[in-house]
Design a binder for this molecule. Structure first.
Ligand code: ADP
Ligand code: ZN
Length: 624
């Protein structure tokens, strides 16, 4: 099928395609520049955060070039599990796409190959190990000779780098694409931003001539929030029940056992929750993941084994019940919330035990001292973020080398915490640990230390005669929560180590600088009672009030009806609901309440094909 450009031929101009096929009025950020570069045959390396809109950066050039008679685009993706849904989404939008992977029956694979070889296909998705087989390369040769190989898109391009944690050896073979088809444009995409990974991608994929497109890594619709651990389960429950009822979310825990227990606990409280960790058998993991993608309002309780390549757009919250390893992990995990651009939350509960655990894991690991030093400094950066009393987003972006201004959409911006000077308190705590030590080298955990500092008469105090110490009750004016903050900080910064099963505390050499008053500690004042009730939404300038909760009652009803209709269609087509229309589109439909096909066509996310396929049904749903 060769294109014959004429006035009546469908447009191959990028913006027209965006509107016609995807129903979006405008490109976001650098999309337009990227799309133009690749459509015109140039190479590109795209660094864009999760949810930034990477897919369109190769899909639109693929459609444009196909309409100009340039054949098939090959998309390299490591995520076999996702190909089915990605292809489904394109077909829904009227774009002829297919995938080749090990899940296909022979006859189906042969059919796809025929479509590819004829040049009718617009996009073909395949895993890297298939692309580099002699058989597949011979097929590409044939397409190439006939001028029907339109472009290569290499998704998750950081997999080529050993620096990151997702290294896949098969990616190394992809340099063959440049060697064999130097005139075919290539676009590599990733959400990993660091310099080292970027350099590896350029070198190993031979992208020396690629134009580099680096987007801001800010995710403005995600609200960051860190709470002090008190009763973590109850805190989590309140967070989910009060603020995210019936919404999809991910809860990260460190251990398999905790995953199981937390999932059971939430289920017992009437919240639809499923566990996911590497200890479950593969079939069950797959089932749970499918349910999470396809059903609405499901909470996945998981270890970090879950998440890579989950591109469900309507995850409304990511909660951490345990501290992640470092800021990179935190950002990657929280980044799974709100890909659709609607308001979403990243919530984390953390306490002294987390600090102690993470430090211990580093100390006890078999790694080299150099490596441990790097890990410790990364942990310190994360703890500084957790303890921050200023804008969390500014700190996050700063960590990734991006300057920004206070965001108005994190807990600290919304409710600036009071701070207090904890320098003196820190010295008292250290002196008290020192007194314990003088007494037969005794060591105690944080609980007892705080009791002694506050002058609380317990059995243990009586047993050890600690009310006779010079440090007895010297910190009665500091609350227990404040003391916990002081100790967290002292452990985080390495002035104190917590060891053994009970986390008993001991001074390190560097504690001297605090005792001498050379270090000043300014800490956030712990908030007294945890807040209750719905958090105010969308107060940030520039962040639209855009969730379903912000709809008028009438519109809410329409939204519910549209969702019910969407579920049915999704089930019939065996696709996740968001592939039919995402929440943002349904919300706009519910709010605008269009009464004609023309008006419906003006809604973001309603392209020509979907208008034709669903337009009348939607108008009927809205009318009733
Ligand atoms: P990424 O792969 O970068 O994580 P996606 O390509 O999945 O992001 O896009 C995230 C969401 O944003 C998708 O729902 C997509 O349809 C939507 N999107 C992308 N570009 C635009 C745009 N220009 N206008 C409106 N929505 C967009
Ligand atoms: Zn902020």
């Amino acid at each position: 099928m060769s294109a014959h450009p004429s006035s009546s031929a469908p447009s191959s101009e990028p913006l027209a395609l965006l509107q016609e096929v995807f129903g979006y009025p405008a490109f976001r950020g650098q999309q337009q520049a990227i799309v133009e570069r690749v459509t015109e045959g140039g190479d590109a390396l795209v660094l864009m955060p999760t949810g930034g809109g990477k897919s369109l950066c190769y899909q639109i050039p693929a459609i444009a070039r196909h309409r100009r008679g340039q054949g098939v685009a090959v998309v390299v993706s490591p995520l076999i599990a996702l190909m089915h849904d990605q292809v489904g989404a394109l077909e829904e939008a009227g774009v002829h796409a297919a995938f080749l992977n090990s899940t296909l029956e022979l006859a189906e694979a042969q059919r796809v190959e025929r479509e590819m070889m004829s040049g009718r296909l617009v996009l073909l998705y395949a895993a890297p190990e298939r692309i580099t087989t002699p058989r597949f390369l011979a097929q590409l040769d044939s397409l190439h000779e006939r001028g029907l190989l339109s472009l290569f898109a290499i998704d998750e391009a950081h997999c080529v780098s050993q620096w990151g944690h997702d290294f896949r050896a098969e990616y190394l073979g992809l340099s063959v694409l440049h060697e064999r088809y130097p005139d075919v444009p290539r676009i590599a995409l990733t959400a990993t931003a660091d310099e080292h990974t970027r350099a590896d991608i350029v070198e190993r994929l031979r992208l020396e001539d690629a134009e580099l497109f680096v987007s801001s890594f800010d995710r403005p619709n995600i609200r960051y929030r860190v709470v002090e651990k008190d009763n973590p389960r109850a805190q989590l429950l309140r967070f989910v029940q009060d603020e995210h009822e019936g919404e999809a979310g991910v809860v990260y825990c460190q251990s398999r056992r905790k995953v199981e227990e937390t999932a059971e606990f939430l289920t017992a409280q009437g919240i639809l929750a499923l566990p996911y960790h590497a200890g479950l058998d593969a079939a069950m993991r797959q089932r749970h993941q499918d349910r999470f993608l396809r059903e609405e309002g499901l909470v996945m309780v998981a270890t970090i084994a879950f998440g890579m390549g989950i591109d469900k757009p309507d995850v409304r919250f990511v909660a951490h019940l345990d501290l992640p390893k470092n800021i990179e992990s935190y950002y990657q995990e929280t980044g799974r919330a709100g890909r659709d651009g609607l308001a979403a939350e990243a919530w984390m509960a953390y306490g002294l035990a987390d600090v102690v655990n993470q430090r211990r894991m580093i100390d006890e690991s078999p790694a080299t001292e150099d490596f441990k030093r790097v890990q410790r400094s990364k942990l310190e950066a994360l703890l500084a973020l957790a303890e921050a009393h200023d804008c969390r987003r500014v700190r996050l972006l700063d960590y990734f080398g991006e300057a920004s201004r206070p965001c108005g959409n994190c807990d600290n911006c919304l409710n600036p915490p009071a701070t207090w000077d904890a320098t003196e308190a820190a010295r008292k705590a250290l002196s008290c640990i020192y007194r314990f030590h003088q007494n037969n080298r005794q060591r105690f955990g944080a609980g007892h230390l705080i009791d002694v500092l506050r002058g609380k008469r317990t059995d243990k105090v009586a047993q050890y005669g600690h009310d006779a110490l010079s440090t007895w009750a010297i910190g009665a004016d500091v609350s227990e929560a404040q003391w916990r903050g002081v100790l967290r900080q002292l452990v985080a910064l390495g002035y104190v180590v917590a060891e053994g099963e009970y986390g008993t505390l001991a001074l390190t050499d560097s504690a001297r600088s605090v005792l001498k008053g050379e270090v000043r500690l300014l800490l956030r004042q712990p908030s007294e009672a945890p807040r209750r009730g719905k958090a105010s939404r969308g107060t940030r300038v520039g962040v639209p009030r855009n969730g379903p909760a912000d709809l008028e009652p009438d519109a809410q009803q329409r939204f519910a009806a549209l969702k019910a209709w969407r579920s049915e269609v999704a089930r019939e087509h065996n696709l996740p609901a968001y592939v039919v229309f995402n929440d943002a589109t349904l919300i706009e439909m519910a709010r605008e309440n269009p009464d004609s096909l023309e008006a419906l066509a003006g809604i973001t996310g309603v392209g020509a094909k979907k208008l034709e396929a669903y337009g009348r049904e939607i108008l009927r749903v809205l009318e009733s």
